[in-house]
Design a protein around this ligand. Structure first.
Ligand SMILES: [Mg+2]
Length: 322
């Protein structure tokens, strides 16, 4: 049995694995987002590596190789809100933080980074609607994309507590059963990984979490499919939760605990590649830990984006141990 100090070390390594896995996937999938599979594979090259945003990509143009996008940025925002809020996310504060982030992106000429559900919800909040009502139509993958810090900050048992934390992070932009199911599945894998479980163990928890919102079948099916082609044929690669989240889950399972392989495969699929790769990277990274990630890739996303996950992981794991 590992000692308490040993368990804390495992949790820290796994939490960092999740966040750096997410950032690596986000950055690998950045140049290929919105493109078809053959074009995505041509851009990534052989072997696949971080590439700059192509001039003709309407979202990624001009971004240097290794740049992360809204997936990683919104995870940082959620992590900071959780830490400053003592583990609670207030929908008003989340709406304000997302709106401030949106303004900052617009000033940098990057307003196209915002997803459709988040854009619609923030416009409704700005028009005076109650933030607890503005997520009623949000079905896309923005909830799953930003949920990883909740999985780090919240134990996987009791499940009710984890699901309540997921819903409070989703509410303002994605208050639908499918968006909650996708976010809950990702949070369950991340949280189980942080507690030391394998992906196979964590995946069963994801199915149980999604079942509470009526969507166990999507994730059970993703676990049964034996090839990337079968996964893409069944679910697709679009921004809808029902497409990209089970696809990321299936890709994670087929990657045999290798974050770089998971992210490379996801980035090459085409479609919403940055989010699919970010989700796959977070789920695999949570179940293998930072020490299993390629050090060069970790260094690259740290340097290019000037991001720092270590102090946030300390804060999130303090919340988890309460
Ligand atoms: Mg993105």
């Amino acid at each position: 049995m590992p000692t308490c100090a040993g368990l804390a070390e495992i949790s820290t390594d796994r939490a960092l694995g999740a966040l750096y896995g997410l950032a690596i996937g986000d950055a690998l999938g950045m140049p290929t987002q919105e493109l078809d599979g053959p074009t995505a594979r041509r851009i990534l090259g052989t072997p696949p590596d971080f590439r700059e945003g192509p001039a003709d990509n309407p979202i990624a143009h001009g971004l240097p190789a290794g740049s992360v996008t809204d997936d990683t940025m919104q995870c940082l925002l959620i992590a900071d809100l959780l830490i400053s809020g003592g583990g609670t996310i207030d929908p008003h504060r989340l709406a304000e933080a997302l709106a401030a982030w949106e303004r900052e992106m617009a000033e940098r000429g990057r307003s196209e980074l915002l997803g459709p559900s988040t854009r619609r919800a923030l416009a409704a909040v700005a028009a005076g609607e109650d933030p607890s009502q503005t997520g009623r139509t949000g079905t896309t993958n923005g909830a799953a994309m930003r949920i990883t810090p909740v999985g780090i900050a919240t134990p996987v048992e009791p499940l009710d507590r984890l699901l309540a934390a997921v819903v409070s992070a989703d509410l303002v932009t994605h208050d639908t059963d499918i968006a909650h199911a996708g976010a809950a599945a990702v949070a369950a894998v991340v949280s189980a990984g942080v507690s030391g479980e394998t992906f196979e163990q964590a995946a069963l928890r994801a199915v149980r979490a999604a079942a509470r919102f009526g969507y166990a079948d999507l994730f059970e099916e993703a676990l049964r499919l034996g090839s990337l082609d079968a996964i893409v044929d069944r679910f697709g690669t679009g921004v809808e939760t029902a497409e990209s989240v089970p696809t990321a889950f299936g890709v994670a399972r087929l990657s045999h605990g290798d974050v770089w392989e998971a992210c490379g495969h996801a980035a090459a699929l085409g479609g919403d590649t940055d989010t699919i790769a970010a989700l796959a990277g977070a789920m695999v990274g949570a179940c293998t830990g930072l020490r299993a990630l390629p050090p060069d890739a970790v260094q690259k996303v740290r340097e290019v984006n000037d991001i720092e996950f270590e102090s946030r992981v300390d804060g999130l794991l303090k919340l988890r141990r309460r």
